[in-house]
Design a protein around this ligand. Structure first.
Ligand code: F6R
Length: 266
């Protein structure tokens, strides 16, 4: 695991964009796993800028989103499909037929989840998966207690997640109670994982997930078992990490000596 403590949200987003750009240079037909929420908005803004100003090419890219609320249609302003269109897809040259976001209104949810897993396999697996983290340690919507081997399925959201996400809805009662989500096991199969977290609200859970025990009570802690994870936090998000000085030292040494090793396992 490499933990990078950036000074600001903007720097966090830029380093993440550098990693995605490097991946696209290496493999223009990369399969990207994408997240919604406030955390990756700066990353998407930076990718859009690089596409518009520097021609960063997404024409061969395939995308899979982590999750979607149950029963929300893609045209619903709070659906994750709508969010992705607004923040990324409408502004880059990704081929719409290469975009995959779980259908919140799928008739047979179980069959749909099985299909989604098969589609990821047919695409050759996810090359790099972007993740945020919930205040309860969830990645995607794998709430506490989710099996660390879980696959794409329907999940009941915790009260905390419903409250956290109520800020996007007019009323808390409007927040859906269920979501279709990739499982922890699905996520762990990505070749590379990029976890982003900013703000003081995430400081405790980031420290727990990275430096605490691996437990199904904190889904993000399962990332400790993955062979290629880069965690990028801003100064506030990283403020509770016990080994912050060591992570900072590694980052400075890499920047000084071998910048291309940032985000590589060393
Ligand atoms: C979103 C997702 C969630 C969010 C998490 C953090 O697709 O899977 O796990 O990443 O809830 O949300 P924000 O970024 O809004 O704090």
């Amino acid at each position: 695991m490499e933990t990078i403590i950036a000074d600001t949200y903007e720097e966090m987003s830029r380093i993440a964009a550098d990693m995605i750009e490097r991946q696209l240079m290496r493999k223009p037909s990369s399969v990207l796993g994408l997240a919604t929420g406030s955390t990756p908005v700066g990353l998407y803004r930076e990718l859009v800028r690089r596409h518009k100003e520097q021609g960063l090419d997404f024409s061969k890219v395939i995308t899979f989103n982590l999750d979607e609320y149950l029963d929300l249609r893609p045209s619903h302003p709070q659906s994750y499909r709508y969010f992705m269109n607004e923040n990324l897809f409408n502004h880059i040259n990704v081929d719409p037929k290469n975009i995959h976001v779980p259908y919140g209104h799928a008739g047979d949810v179980e069959e749909f989840c099985e299909w989604y897993e098969q589609e990821i396999k047919r695409a050759g697996g996810i090359d790099i998966q972007v993740l945020g983290i919930g205040a309860d340690g969830h990645i995607a919507f794998n709430e506490p207690g989710s099996s660390l081997g879980s696959r794409t399925r329907l999940k009941t959201l915790t009260k905390q997640t419903i409250e956290d996400n109520a800020r996007f809805f007019d009323k808390a009662e409007e927040v859906p109670r269920f979501a279709i989500t990739m499982g922890v096991g699905t996520i762990l199969e990505a070749r590379e994982i990029l976890l982003l977290a900013n703000s003081r609200k995430k400081a405790d859970i980031i420290a727990e997930a990275l430096e605490g025990p691996i437990t199904a009570q904190v889904s993000a802690s399962a990332l400790q078992m993955h062979r290629h994870v880069t965690v990028i936090v801003d100064a506030e998000g990283g403020s509770k990490l016990k080994r912050a000085d060591y992570y900072k030292w590694i980052f400075q040494e890499k920047k000084r000596l071998i910048p291309r090793l940032i985000g590589k396992v060393t």
